[in-house]
Design a binder for this molecule. Structure first.
Ligand code: TRP
Length: 451
């Protein structure tokens, strides 16, 4: 595997992996889950989850990926010599391709809204905006077309390879994303009464805490860090042997959390300034926000127009750096295992994802009868991945690194051959052996009402 791709620079590696982490999870899912779960109190629990479970999980995937320097399936088999563990890699590929499918539907909605913002179409009272969303998302053709456009764009970045595709795109898109975010945060925080939104975000009301909130926070933390689907394991297979894994994980988690909090600072002040409650759930950014932007900037329509365009461009960019990472997991696998050129391997993933996208999109409106266990296909895929496959993948990864992989291998990778972070190693081992598996299992069982 000498001629495998790799990241060309440390900054490229951090931006690419942070690009995977930063996505709709931060800018769409985080604000609406925070809105539904009481604001600051939720954020505190979320940060605890990131520190206690997210970081060790992330480092574990890094250890497996970098040590094996191969695709996810082979990596899980090779590092301990026990082939049954390859199943975790297979699960990861399955899970990330499913996520790629339905995630692209939402990303496609962002493209439509970007287009509609430029064309000035989303203007009118709140019932009009709500109708606009329902009519668009239940259309047969358009949402599917946008989702396909999104997957195809992802495809072409992936085909270019690790350095010229993934790394280059991330180096360009991540700083752009950050600047866009700062502009909108500034505009939002300057609105009258923005302060009540800022309070909601930073003053915790612990009476809102319940075990359900913890569950939400954990799920959100894993999803946001791209944990549990071998995504980080695949990216770290392109890391250099000199990369300090602990540092890299810390930086990526920090960027990811910072961007999520900034997304909150962008949405809540604007919403509170016009007296709108941010607890609408998934439709927050497609129904609530267009209204909020219109009302908040009613006296400066041009600012409102520009902000709306920048906002949906921001969402699309964030989504793209993430879909790239989901795509890469499967592509790397088919490329290396079927010994086909990268572009053939990429088509396998692209076509599968498009099929999943079509089913998900149609189940959202045009064919509501497309259901499994009483859920629409979209909700089912979301449930299957975020609530089952993702925690299961993270749990197995921790058990694997904690108990199955030889301790010396784990230590060598963690400390870069005994040169860095040596004193942190026992704490890390304790976390992945005991704390993470126990916490993840508890949360996992809790959602089925078992504990
Ligand atoms: N972390 C991304 C987000 O916050 C989503 C994502 C990218 C992801 N790759 C993943 C989620 C792999 C699970 C698994 O939007």
């Amino acid at each position: 595997m000498n001629n495998r791709g790799n990241f060309g620079s440390r900054i490229g590696l951090v931006l690419a992996t942070a690009g995977s982490a930063v996505g709709l999870g931060n800018i769409w899912r985080f604000p609406f889950t925070t809105g539904q779960n009481g604001g600051a109190a939720f954020i505190i629990i979320y940060i605890i989850c990131i520190l206690m479970l997210g970081l060790p999980g992330m480092i574990s995937e890094f250890i497996i990926g970098r040590h094996a320097a191969t695709n996810a399936v082979r990596a899980y088999g090779v590092i301990s010599g026990k082939r049954v563990w390859r199943v975790v890699g297979v699960m990861g590929i399955l899970c990330s391709t499913i996520i790629l499918g339905f995630y692209s539907v939402v990303a496609g909605w962002c493209l439509q809204y970007l287009y509609a913002s430029v064309a000035g179409q989303i203007k009118g009272d709140s019932s009009y905006v709500a109708r606009y969303f329902t009519e668009f998302s239940s259309d047969i053709a358009m949402p599917v077309v946008w989702a396909m456009v999104f997957i195809i764009i992802t495809h072409f970045v992936i085909v270019k390879g690790v350095r010229k595709g993934i790394e280059k795109a991330s180096k360009l898109m991540m700083p752009t994303l950050f600047v866009l975010l700062l502009i909108i945060v500034a505009a939002s925080c300057m609105l009258p009464n923005a302060i009540s939104g800022i309070k909601f975000l930073f003053y915790p009301d612990f009476s809102k805490l319940s075990s359900n909130v913890m569950l939400e926070a954990l799920g959100q933390a894993f999803f946001s860090l791209s944990l549990g689907t071998a995504c980080l394991c695949t990216y770290s297979s392109y890391f250099s042997k000199r990369t300090n894994l602990v540092n890299a994980a810390l930086q990526i988690a920090l960027i990811d959390t910072l961007i999520a909090v900034l997304a909150g600072l962008m949405i809540f002040p604007a919403a509170f300034s016009v007296g709108v409650k941010p607890d609408a759930g998934p439709s927050l950014i497609f129904i609530t926000l267009p209204n909020v932007f219109q009302q908040a900037f009613a006296s400066m329509p041009l600012v409102g127009y520009v902000i709306s365009i920048l906002f949906y461009a921001l969402l699309a960019l964030a989504a793209l750096t993430s879909t790239i990472s989901m795509h890469e997991i499967g592509t790397a696998f088919f490329h290396e295992e079927l010994k086909r050129p990268r572009r053939h391997a990429a088509w396998i993933v692209t076509i599968t994802a498009i099929m999943i996208a079509i089913v998900s999109s149609l189940s959202c409106g045009a064919y509501p009868q497309l259901t499994v266990f009483g859920m629409s296909m979209m909700d089912f895929f979301d449930f299957l991945t975020a609530n089952i496959l993702l925690p299961a993948g993270a749990l197995l990864t921790c058990i694997y690194v904690g108990w199955v992989v030889p301790r010396s291998t784990v230590m060598t990778e963690f400390t870069n051959r005994h040169t860095v972070c040596i004193r942190l190693f026992p704490a890390f081992l304790f976390m992945v052996r005991f704390v993470c598996p126990i916490c993840i299992t508890l949360v996992f069982l809790h959602q089925f009402g078992i504990v």
